[in-house]
Design a binder for this molecule. Structure first.
Ligand SMILES: [Zn+2]
Length: 372
């Protein structure tokens, strides 16, 4: 299906988002939906409890516990800032990191400096590399889009497990409206609690998902949320989250070194977003991140357009180096990998999945809202 190329006049999303539509002014459905949910200044309309109320409750609930909350840290700006905020607000966080073998050296240093500077405890979960590589190869050989499902899913499980282990009910997340409030376009990722999908894709390459791999399904999620009463709190949505000033604070106080682009703390994530997504799937995730910054007034649209003109990998020299590193680590030859990049993608829904469960829950909630 070919469609005339079109780009939003307000943000920089375009027809690579397959279900994008445009109004008579040329503004797209994605940024319009975001702005309907948010005030002009980019702050949530429905903020829920005030920040001090929330922090008091968290402290009260965890008075007899060793920690007040769990914070997943990747070494990226958002999660680093969550950890700093938690300490500033007087909470005692347990920082949790998952090492899947792809941390950049910069990320490792950033995490170490931050943990030392803040004086908090860090739990690192190291994934067995041989098995992780087999799973990644299965995803690549199956031509499915969301290879990052492996990391995201396991990271969620590790965070919930650590919270449950210490009787902690609060899991602070770096997800935030200021830099990622525009919904992920349909087809740009897959449902993150889909253990069954991971298992089925692995099986398609003859790989058995090992019990030691921390994969989370919808039932586990229900257990952690309903029985262990663990809730995720997007702490950065309380107050104005300004990414640039947060980076400057991290640089000044914690020796933080910035990354050339969002999520570039992991070598594979950088390669995935810089090479695999654009070349195999025609998706440039920078469009979404930059659009968020534009509609929340953190960047001008012209600046975003200029930024998009550059290569998603930063430079072709860097792309060359990383390409060789990544395919060697995964065990592919250049021809095999070029062949993979040229092949069409395949839908996650072609494999067994739990997405229908979350889809029907969502439909049920929407129905209940309408009849209320
Ligand atoms: Zn738009």
């Amino acid at each position: 299906m070919s469609r005339e190329y079109r780009q939003c006049r307000r943000c920089v999303l375009d027809t690579s988002a397959v279900d994008i539509t445009f109004d008579t002014e040329g503004n797209c459905s994605y940024c319009s939906e975001f702005l309907r949910r948010f005030r002009r200044d980019g702050r949530p309309i429905d903020q829920g409890p005030a920040l001090d109320e929330l922090i008091d409750r968290i402290k009260r609930e965890h008075r007899r516990k060793r920690y007040d909350c769990v914070v997943g840290v990747s070494g990226g700006v958002d999660s680093s800032w969550v950890l700093v905020r938690a300490v500033e607000l007087g909470l005692r966080p347990l920082a949790v990191h998952m090492d899947n073998g792809w941390d950049s050296e910069l990320a490792q240093n950033n995490i170490a400096n931050l943990i030392r500077g803040l004086g908090v405890d860090l739990y690192t979960h190291v994934i067995e590399w041989g098995h992780y590589r087999d799973l990644m190869r299965a995803f690549i050989d199956a031509d499915v889009l969301d290879i990052e499902l492996l990391y995201d899913n396991a990271m969620l499980k590790v965070n919930f497990e650590q919270a449950a282990r210490f009787g902690v009910r609060t899991f602070l997340t770096g997800s935030n409206q200021a830099t990622e409030g525009i919904l992920m376009p349909t087809g740009w990722n897959w449902m993150k609690f889909d253990r069954r999908n991971i298992k089925a894709i692995a099986q398609s390459s003859g790989v058995r998902l090992q019990p030691t791999f921390p994969a989370i399904g919808v039932a586990h999620l229900g257990y952690f949320r309903l029985l262990r009463r663990i809730t995720a709190v997007p702490i950065l949505d309380f107050g104005d989250y300004d990414k640039e000033s947060s980076i400057r604070h991290l640089e000044t106080h914690f020796g933080y070194k910035r990354y050339p682009y969002k999520h570039y703390e992991s070598i594979f994530t950088r390669f995935y977003q810089g090479v695999i997504l654009p070349r195999k799937f025609g998706i440039d995730k920078r469009r979404l991140h930059l659009s968020n910054l534009v509609v929340t007034g953190q960047l001008s649209r012209d600046e975003a357009v200029v930024e998009l003109e550059g290569s998603p990998m930063g430079s072709s020299r860097l792309e060359e180096i990383e390409f060789d590193y990544v395919i060697k680590k995964l065990g592919y030859s250049r021809t095999e990998f070029e062949d993979y990049l040229a092949r069409p993608g395949r839908d996650h829904a072609d494999f067994r999945s739990e997405k229908w469960i979350t889809d029907s829950l969502k439909r049920g909630r929407a129905l209940a809202r309408r009849s209320a």
